[in-house]
Ligand binder design. Structure first.
Ligand SMILES: [Zn+2]
Ligand SMILES: [Zn+2]
Length: 442
């Protein structure tokens, strides 16, 4: 769901000096090197067989069998196509590690030998080429690698490991479905939730994180602006919805600039404006599509209520009667903002530093993209949760983009091509260290 997320390159970077965790002598890096050929095979398979949101059945089946082979107790069809694997290993905290499963209706143009050729039909009935353009194939491979490492060193940790494969992240509803299907009731309730997401503007080998807000509230709003149509030559006999919709678009600009605090981030973008059919016809309807972003839930309410008020107010000003007021619909498919629990981030940082080194661990500003990982930390239990960024860009490609000033392909781009080996190895190392650090914390 990130779209242009990190496209603008690395934002503010504050280097922190964090002393690496005194970690058990696990020889983790060597073990990950030895396991890589297996993970590479899995990655290639997943990349070539992407499935759209809510159709991740073969993907879920494959991951379920990966976990079952390692000794996890696996339950399938949690939240439609989701899976949950549980490994109990003595007294200790319960840690949940989440991957998403779904791909996107994007025609792959990376030119890779293992590029996706899949064409499929999504929940909206549209048939199109499918690609793992958001890197969820990397997430699944890393997640499997983490499960393999932790299962192979049960003498090095104590507690309960809950590995979940979540459907439909791209539709912003998979996490909620798994929670509504009893994720926290039917399975051991986690003390911590962890996840990672590839980053299309960060070189492989690096990890970035935000403490506190990391990703935004993402809402979609549809406005149907009604008017009274007629002949273009006789505007006085009509109520022109194109003029009215234009005034609404301009008035909406005051929401962020005049109504919310300058210290609170917010975005109101009208991404689509459709009305009319011909030069000389005044139509009776214009359709607007908006994306609305914020971090704070009060700001979100202010923006959404403001949109309703402005749309109605402009219609009144145009002299329309109540039955012709704009119809404002806030879509159910939304992603709430992601908050990385500061105390958990603080506890995870030494492990991340020990995995990648201080010089490769970067604090970054939050972004206005969305991730439904947020849902896991937003239930009444307020379970501490943390998602971090995994660099995925080939180092040479990254250096070239810097020297030539060219943009790197963003997430969701048909050209997005992560550098598998260093990305996956770093991901497995960073997440395994983090989980071990939390299991072994005094
Ligand atoms: Zn995405
Ligand atoms: Zn994603």
């Amino acid at each position: 769901v990130f779209k242009t997320l990190f496209h603008t390159g690395l934002m503010t970077t504050a280097m922190l000096i964090i002393s690496p965790a005194v970690h058990a002598e696990t020889g983790l890096e060597n073990k990950i090197d030895k396991d890589y050929s297996y993970l590479e095979g899995l990655y290639t398979h997943l990349h070539q067989n992407p499935e759209l949101s809510f159709f991740e059945t073969k993907t879920a089946e494959r991951l379920a069998s990966e976990l079952a082979d390692l000794g996890f107790i696996v339950t399938e069809e949690v939240g439609k196509t989701g899976i949950v694997g549980v490994m109990e290993n003595g007294e200790g905290p319960t840690i949940l590690v989440r991957t998403d499963l779904d791909a996107l209706p994007v025609p792959e143009q990376t030119g890779l030998s293992y590029a996706s050729q899949v064409i499929a039909t999504g929940v909206d009935g549209t048939t199109s080429p499918v690609m793992h353009a958001c890197g969820h194939d990397v997430h699944m491979t890393v997640w499997t690698g983490v499960a393999r490492q932790l299962a192979s060193m049960k003498d090095k940790w104590q507690g309960t490991l809950v590995m979940i494969g979540q459907p439909a992240e791209e539709r912003g509803s998979g996490a909620r479905l798994m929670l509504n299907d009893g994720l926290y009731e039917r399975f051991p309730k986690p003390d911590y939730n962890l996840a990672l997401h590839v980053n299309s503007a960060l070189p492989a080998g690096k990890i970035a994180y935000s403490k506190g807000y990391a990703l935004a509230n993402v809402d979609s709003v549809d406005i149907t602006v009604q008017g009274i149509g007629g002949h273009g030559a006789y505007p006085n006999t009509t109520k022109d919805p194109v003029v009215l919709a234009s005034q609404i678009v301009v008035a909406l600009q005051t929401l962020v600039s005049r109504e919310i605090s300058p210290l609170d981030p917010g975005v109101v973008t009208v991404g689509s404006f459709h009305g009319g059919s011909k030069h000389n016809i005044i139509s009776d309807e214009v359709k607007l599509q908006l994306t609305v972003r914020s971090y704070d839930d009060d700001v979100r309410d202010k923006l959404l209520n403001g949109i309703k008020r402005i749309a109605k107010g402009q219609a009144i000003s145009a002299g329309l009667s109540e039955d012709k007021y704009p119809i404002v619909k806030i879509k159910d498919e939304r992603t709430p903002s992601t908050f990385n629990t500061p105390s958990l981030v603080d506890r995870a940082l030494p492990s991340l530093a020990s995995a990648v080194g201080n010089e490769n661990l970067i604090e970054v500003d939050p972004v206005m993209g969305g991730e439904d990982f947020s849902e896991y930390g937003r239930t009444a239990d307020k379970i501490p949760s943390f998602i971090f960024w995994l660099g995925a860009v080939n180092e040479e490609v990254y250096a070239q983009s810097l020297s030539q000033g060219t943009a790197l392909p963003s997430l969701h781009s048909p050209f997005f091509a992560p550098d598998p080996e260093p990305t996956i190895k770093t991901g497995v190392n960073a997440m395994t260290e983090t989980v071990l650090g939390l299991f072994n914390a005094p």
